[in-house]
Design a protein around this ligand. Structure first.
Ligand code: TZP
Ligand code: MG
Length: 225
């Protein structure tokens, strides 16, 4: 499946980020603003609720022809008919996930170092979420803040592998720094395919406007490039 990862929305249902707003409404606004892929990330709801919300989100993302990815939970991806799953280093391994979901589903893997990234590519990941780029209140238990230099080192290594993989950067990315992330992370033979964003969109007063602004910035080279 060819997937456009350029503006990757990752959701958060916590009061600190979503507030009292409705997640489905926020996601639909972001889709109107042009996000190209959506990940449902919810670390607290129980399985029944996860499946219910995933199905609701899937009905929305389908209208926009945008893939829905489920964080952590292969079972929820299967039950909701989502297009894929995003797994961390401590989640189910890629081969097992593929056995359950089938080969046509998207499998994304988090990588914060060269070793994790190379292993995920060798095991057949469809894309990598590389980070944490900048410190972020959204995920405080992160092992490593790698900066744009860390992302660049990983992209540089990936560019020399036989099998190529799509990549997004994640962690603290917003309208102010998105250009820096894209252009400072680029290695000579490999650039990011996109950026993954939680709070800059989900916590925004106007998620549609922020998504539109991010899309415009991603599409336009900055003056320093
Ligand atoms: N993985 C690494 S950082 C992060 C995840 C899920 C959270 C990013 O959130 P934000 O609000 O875009 O900084
Ligand atoms: Mg995980």
């Amino acid at each position: 499946m060819v997937v456009n990862l350029s503006l990757y929305l990752v959701t958060d249902s916590t009061p600190a980020i979503l507030g009292s707003r409705d997640l489905c409404h926020v996601v639909e606004e972001a889709l109107k603003g042009g996000v190209t892929i959506v990940q449902y990330r919810d670390k607290t709801s129980d399985t029944g609720v996860l499946i219910e919300i995933a199905k609701k989100l899937h009905n929305i993302t389908r209208k926009y022809n945008v893939p829905l990815i489920i964080n952590d939970r292969v079972d929820v991806a299967l039950a909701s008919g989502a297009e894929g799953v995003h797994l961390g280093q401590d989640d189910m391994d890629i081969r097992a996930a593929k056995e359950i979901l089938g080969n046509d589903k998207i499998i994304g893997i988090s990588a914060s170092c060269v070793e994790d990234a190379v292993k995920a590519v060798q095991e057949g990941a469809d894309y990598l979420g590389i980070g944490t780029v900048f410190a972020t209140p959204t995920k405080t238990n992160t092992k490593s803040i790698i900066g744009t230099a860390g992302v660049k080192t990983i992209l540089d290594t990936l560019s020399r592998l036989d099998r190529q993989v799509a990549t997004v950067a994640i962690g603290g990315i917003n309208t102010t720094n998105v250009h820096r992330v894209i252009y400072q992370s680029a290695a000579p033979a490999k650039s990011l395919d996109g950026v993954a964003i939680v709070s800059a969109i989900v916590a925004a007063e106007n998620p549609k406007a922020v998504a539109e602004k991010l899309n415009g910035l991603i599409a336009t080279p900055p003056s320093f490039a």
